[in-house]
Structures are given as structure tokens and as C-alpha cells.
Design a binder for this molecule. Structure first.
Ligand SMILES: [Zn+2]
Length: 233
């Protein structure tokens, strides 16, 4: 094969390698937990914590209600038990009983409020858990796809590297250096086709002498303007 054709074939392999590497990088960037998943999981944790705190303070209020009830019961026992007969003392006990009953009602109201809040929080937690389950489901599927793509791309790159080795093996070292330099400078296009006498890299019409040399294909011929290696197919 003429040198320009060899280099053109090498460039096709290198372009495929560049593309596979860029795709692999993009795939790897998408692997791992997404913000959506992290947020959904944090929401569940927040609701669990809020529910735990609410249940704890509900237990405190329940205890306060029990205590208030036993105070009421103790005073009423004295009041109606028959052991106290003094009217003034009885009046005092009656006042105490009324005050304690008032306190008990306040505590019972507080307890009801807590129970409502606990129910609301339980329902919010169930919703957050369902949302998390959904996000986890679609995330898991995506990650599986991405892992599959990663594996395919890695295998493809191994094959491409082998082809590159085979293709570049017979090309002279100095020519490869020039090719690498031009690929670097010209965004990966070191070798360009010549069509209708024009360099397809910079689109100038090439001088006849350059065209003739490029057609022979046995020497590396560069475009007089953009310096790319010319390939007449
Ligand atoms: Zn050119």
C-alpha cells in the first residue's frame, strides 16, 4: 500500500480510538449515584428522623396525660371518699380537682395534636419511600446499561489498539512523528483526501506538481497551505 493510503488507514483507526475514548469517558462520568437518587434518599432519612422525634415527644405527652389523670383521680378520691367533711376543705379540694381537670384537658389536646402530626409524617414518609423506590428502579436500569456500554467500549478499544499496532508497524518512524504532530495541530486530521485537485483540509487548489507527486503515493506529500498529508485515492 502507498504511504498516504497507509497513513489514511491509520488515521481512521485513530479517529475510532478517539471517539471510543471520548464515549467511554462520558459513560464513566454517568456511572455512580445521581443527584436525584441522593436527594430522594435524603428526603426519606429526613422524614424518618422527623417521625422518630415526633413519636418520642408523643410518648412524653402521653406520660404527662397519665400523670394528670392520676392527680385528678387522687383529688377526687379525697373529695368523694367521705373522709373529709369540713366544707372549707371540701371546697378547696373541689377547686383543686377543677384546676387539675383543666390541666388534663390541655394535655389531652396536646396529645391529639401530636397524633395528627404523627399520622401526617407517616404519610409523608410513605410518599418519600415510594419516590425513592421509583428513582432507584430507573437508576438501577440506567447503571446496568452504562456498565454494558463501558464493557463494550473497553473491548472495542482493545481491538482498535491491536489494529493500530498492526497498521503503524510498517510505517517509518519519522513519518509517524510527522503524522502525530499534524494530528495534534489539525484536530486529528493529519491526512486528507484530494478531490478534483483540491485539498479537502483547507480547500485550496493544489499546484499540478504537488498533485502529480501525491498521485504517485510513494512519498509523503503535504499540502502547500495547511501542511496536511495528501491522499489521492
Ligand atoms: Zn490544505
Amino acid at each position: 500500500m502507498a504511504i498516504a493510503a497507509e497513513l489514511y488507514a491509520l488515521q481512521e483507526i485513530d479517529s475510532a480510538i478517539d471517539l471510543a475514548r471520548a464515549t467511554l469517558t462520558a459513560v464513566e462520568e454517568q456511572l455512580g449515584e445521581t443527584e436525584e437518587l441522593v436527594t430522594a434518599r435524603a428526603a426519606v432519612e429526613d422524614h424518618r428522623e422527623a417521625l422518630r422525634a415526633l413519636r418520642e415527644s408523643q410518648r412524653d405527652v402521653e406520660w404527662q396525660v397519665d400523670e394528670a389523670r392520676s392527680h385528678v383521680a387522687a383529688v377526687e378520691k379525697k373529695l368523694y371518699g367521705g373522709t373529709v367533711r369540713n366544707p372549707k376543705e371540701l371546697e378547696g379540694l373541689n377547686d383543686d380537682a377543677n384546676m387539675l381537670k383543666g390541666q388534663l384537658r390541655l394535655r389531652e389536646d396536646e396529645l391529639l395534636n401530636h397524633m395528627v402530626k404523627v399520622e401526617e409524617e407517616e404519610s409523608a414518609l410513605r410518599q418519600a419511600e415510594a419516590a425513592l423506590k421509583e428513582v432507584e428502579g430507573s437508576w438501577g436500569g440506567e447503571q446496568k446499561d452504562l456498565m454494558g456500554q463501558k464493557k463494550r467500549l473497553e473491548a472495542e478499544l482493545v481491538e482498535l489498539e491491536k489494529s493500530r499496532q498492526a497498521q503503524s508497524g510498517s510505517i517509518d518512524g519519522h513519518v509517524l512523528e510527522l503524522y502525530d504532530l499534524l494530528r495534534d495541530r489539525r484536530q486529528g486530521r493529519a491526512v486528507v483526501k484530494v478531490e478534483r485537485g483540491m485539498c479537502q483540509g483547507c480547500r485550496i487548489s493544489l499546484p499540478m506538481s504537488v498533485l502529480q507527486k501525491a498521485r504517485s503515493g510513494f512519498d509523503v506529500v503535504q499540502c502547500v497551505s495547511c501542511e496536511r498529508i495528501l491522499y489521492v485515492s
